[in-house]
Design a protein around this ligand. Structure first.
Ligand code: B12
Length: 211
């Protein structure tokens, strides 16, 4: 059984070199890339968020942890992509307009890729029209929306309303997530699904397209 504690510590302290070398060791030892995300990066970044909220971490610490995560993803991404030989489905993902948080959304993207989905990640501050254009271009079955601010939660409803007006709502499912989001909020704005964390997002996406 691989000890994820050391790896989490490297992410938590933003030690990118250690995180990268522990990633290589884990992969050499047969650890699955998705397990490094769900048992390593995800809990470590949740802890970073908690430390920030408690005033123990400040923006520089946040950003160096995020940088360590990014370095690990550069190793994991091609491996995750290789696993999805037969596509499980197509998803367009992005952080809604006005919101610049992407750490959680990137974890969701990585887990979905690990689950065999083709993910088109539109990044942060994504306007509804960009989601619509990408969903049309890629023939996506799902659009995933992320929001981390209470002030940008309404942008999720705006996006869903825009999907309806553009005539694509009938053929795309919408799943949403982010720290302030709840299941009841998702229901109240007419989303099809709510994912509490990156680990559950794969099962959620499968359920939504009936896979
Ligand atoms: C990191 C961070 C930042 C970084 C972002 C860097 C980046 N590249 O993302 C920086 C420093 C830039 C930042 C800026 C700001 N931030 Co900020 N930030 C955070 C912090 C500390 C952590 C967020 C995070 O990455 N968490 C870790 C990840 C792994 O968790 P997550 O995002 O929740 O994602 C998981 C789930 O929610 C879910 N999920 C997420 N998206 C999706 C999508 C789908 C489809 C699904 C299924 C699931 C899913 O899966 C993820 C993985 O498990 C939070 C506090 C916190 N603890 O949440 C504040 C926080 C979100 N920020 C906050 C604020 C106020 C701001 C600023 C307004 C600060 C300012 N005054 O300038 C700006 C806003 C900028 C903007 N317009 O967006 C507040 C929001 C308060 C509120 N009620 O709205 C928080 C809660 C801090 C606080 N307590 O005050 N922030």
């Amino acid at each position: 059984m691989y000890d994820f504690a050391k790896f989490r510590e490297a992410v938590l302290t933003g030690d990118a070199a250690a995180a990268v070398s522990l990633t290589r060791q884990a992969l050499d030892g047969g650890v699955e890339p998705v397990d490094l995300i769900s048992q390593g990066i995800s809990p470590a970044m949740n802890e970073v968020g908690r430390l920030f909220e408690e005033g123990e971490y400040f923006v520089p610490e946040l950003l160096i942890s995020a940088r360590a995560t990014k370095a690990v993803f550069e190793i994991l991404r091609p491996l995750l992509a290789k696993k999805g030989v037969q596509s499980a489905g197509r998803i367009v993902l992005g952080t809604v307009q006005g919101d610049l948080h992407d750490i959680g959304k990137n974890l969701v993207a990585a887990m979905l890729e690990g689950g065999g989905f083709e993910v088109t990640d539109l990044g942060i501050n994504v306007a509804p029209e960009r989601f619509i254009a990408a969903a049309r271009d890629t023939q996506a079955q799902i659009i995933g929306l992320s929001a981390l601010l209470t002030t940008t939660m309404p942008a999720m409803k705006t996006a869903i309303d825009a999907f309806r007006e553009a005539g694509i709502r009938g053929r795309v499912k919408v799943m949403i997530g982010g720290a302030p989001i709840t299941r009841s909020y998702a229901e109240s704005i007419g989303a099809d699904g709510y994912g509490e964390n990156a680990a559950v997002s794969v099962d959620l996406a499968r359920q939504l397209i009936g896979a």
